[in-house]
Design a protein around this ligand. Structure first.
Ligand SMILES: Nc1nc2c(ncn2[C@@H]2O[C@H](COP(=O)(O)OP(=O)(O)OP(=O)(O)O)[C@@H](O)[C@H]2O)c(=O)[nH]1
Ligand SMILES: [Mg+2]
Length: 370
């Protein structure tokens, strides 16, 4: 009997063990029609999550395998969670193969920002983060089909008859992008790949024919351990991940003032001249301003009484957060980024800042994106 795979996540189908990826009840498996495994069925129809996850070792092996193929590699990056979309050591896994970058989720970044400015920023940031061998950067949105025609033409030109691999960390929108290609350029619209806001949706490599000789491959991603995604339970992600254009908000802060950023982080302006800080966060995240000396009490009360969004079972008091102190040396427009959560933008002027964030979560200072 030939091997049957779930068209939603790419796993081999079986009816042996409900807790293993690819499980489907025997009755459905016998039908041998286009089949979704039980996990994908639940994700697509009820948006419920399962605990099955890809491990880092499998992820690296998939990337090394991509490196060995003579194929075009398209690397998808999430513009909102830029730093958490960077795959460490990517060039070495891909044996320095050139990559086309899709800077995805353009729809979340304010439309007023010029595309050319964004592209210049992305190229420079990728360079700083060690991503080299970039053929080109194209802004995209699987959600709004932004630039889909342009990307399709570019892929056709660059692949020159070869296969195409779509790679990138979890949740950047790889499968959504492939679905937008399927919807716009093929007849496969009844067999869409499973997508969801839960990280780790695609579990195996999925191949979709491009023509008689070549395929486009969707690959699974993993969550970087230094992102806030790693710190919270999956259901909280729906508040953290923005769904529409982010509305920036500017706060004029004097020193010794704090912004409580939802029930997951705080930002304190410890020293320096009065500064305007502009937040770029999901519109679901409540921001509360208070004096620094009231910070702990205010945070703990808001979390305890559930009067702030989002909150996580993993963060019950300010003691569950780690503290990061920053002295800003650079001038010019900067962002202080909480990996996966968003950022605050300001004019650098020797400020002293303190951030409190979940312990796994990295904080970065970068040149301002916007
Ligand atoms: N706003 C916005 N959301 C997007 C876009 N593309 C994908 N998403 C959302 O991002 C989430 C993750 O999308 P997926 O396509 O499942 O991501 P993936 O990269 O395939 O993730 P894995 O399979 O876990 O590796 C879903 O909630 C999508 O709806 C986009 O361009 N804009
Ligand atoms: Mg996927």
């Amino acid at each position: 009997m030939s091997e049957l795979r779930c068209y939603g996540c790419g796993n081999v189908l079986h009816s042996n063990n409900e807790n293993e990826a690819g499980y489907v009840p025997a009755k459905i498996l016998e039908s041998r029609e286009h089949i979704l495994c039980q996990r994908c069925f639940k994700l697509q129809h009820y948006n419920t999550n399962s605990e099955i996850q890809l491990v880092a070792e499998d992820f690296v092996n998939i990337l090394k395998n991509v490196g060995k193929h003579d194929a075009l590699v398209v690397y998808v990056i999430d513009l909102f969670a830029f730093e958490s979309s960077v795959i460490e050591n990517l060039s070495s896994y891909l044996l320095d193969k050139p990559i086309l970058i899709l800077a995805n989720k353009r729809d979340l970044i304010p439309a007023s920002v010029k595309d050319n400015k964004l592209k210049t920023w992305i190229k420079s940031r990728l360079n700083t983060l060690g991503i080299s061998h970039v053929i080109d950067v194209i802004l995209s949105s699987g959600q709004t089909n932004y630039n889909t025609d342009l990307i399709f033409d570019k892929i056709e030109e660059l692949r020159n008859g070869r296969d195409v691999y779509i790679i990138g960390n979890s949740n950047v929108g790889k499968s959504t992008f492939i679905n937008s290609l399927l919807k716009n350029y093929s007849n496969f619209t009844d067999k869409l790949i499973t997508t969801s806001y839960f990280p780790g949706t695609t579990l195996n490599v999925i191949n979709i024919p491009l023509d008689k000789k070549s395929y486009i491959y969707d690959t699974p991603g993993i969550i970087t351990k230094n992102s806030i995604y790693y710190a919270v339970e999956p259901k909280v992600l729906k508040y953290i991940l923005p769904r529409k254009e982010i509305k920036p908000t500017t706060f004029q802060l004097k020193n010794k003032q704090t912004l409580i950023l939802g029930g997951l982080a705080t930002f304190t302006f410890k020293g320096g001249e009065d500064t305007n800080f502009t937040s770029y966060l999901s519109n679901f995240i409540n921001v509360v301003r208070c004096k620094e000396d009231k910070k702990s009490n205010t945070f703990n009360n808001l979390v305890k009484t559930k009067n702030i969004h989002p909150i996580s079972n993993n963060i019950n008091s300010i003691k569950d957060l780690k503290t990061v102190n920053l002295t800003i040396e650079k001038e010019g427009k900067l962002d202080v980024v909480i990996s996966g959560y968003g950022w605050l933008s300001f004019e650098g002027n020797k400020q002293e800042l303190e951030l409190q964030v979940p312990s796994c979560c990295n904080v970065y200072v970068r040149e301002a994106m916007i």
